[in-house]
Design a protein around this ligand. Structure first.
Ligand SMILES: [Zn+2]
Length: 165
């Protein structure tokens, strides 16, 4: 299981995941969640107890993910952290099933295109601690979380989630 920032910020606790899962995340996710005190504590504890591993993907895997997300049209909305998460998942997939845990549509989209499984917190049965809204990184339009489409109804850009203020 490879966790992105949205999963950790939404309240996923690596220690609450079953024994059957090996949990990974990347250095830039760690840096992003460090801004939120209790996320940082949960992740550090999981790393200390050997439940989670923080690993950096290879440059080769990053390049493969960049080229795949350029093909799907998601490259412009993915942050360097998002690409790192996808690259780590891509790299870990040697003979085992990798699940990318994210609430982000663009990451889910590229994961699927790479042949990786993606799961949202809802899929995993984990409730969110915060409410989210959808927004368009292209034209900045905000949409209610109940909106069903994956793309902006105005400009067609893949929507992203953000924590509601
Ligand atoms: Zn838009």
């Amino acid at each position: 299981m490879v966790l992105d920032s949205s999963a950790l910020i939404a309240g996923l606790d690596p220690l609450a995941l079953g024994e059957e899962y090996e949990v990974y995340t990347t250095p830039s996710v760690l840096a992003e969640v460090a801004l939120s005190g209790d996320c940082r504590t949960r992740l550090s504890l999981a790393v200390e107890l050997g439940k989670a591993v923080v690993a950096k993907p290879s440059a080769e895997s990053l390049r493969a993910v960049e080229s795949e997300s350029a093909k799907t049209g998601d490259l412009s909305v993915l942050s360097p952290t998002d690409l790192e998460v996808l690259a780590l998942a891509h790299q870990l997939r040697n003979g085992c099933e990798v699940v990318v845990v994210t609430d982000d549509f663009a990451i889910q989209n590229v994961a699927a295109s790479l042949g990786l499984r993606a799961a949202s917190l809802m899929t995993l049965g984990i409730s969110r601690r915060f409410s989210w809204e959808l927004f368009c990184p292209g034209c900045e339009k905000a949409l209610p979380p109940s909106y069903r489409g994956r793309r902006c109804p105005i400009c067609g850009t893949v929507l992203r989630r953000r924590r509601r203020a």
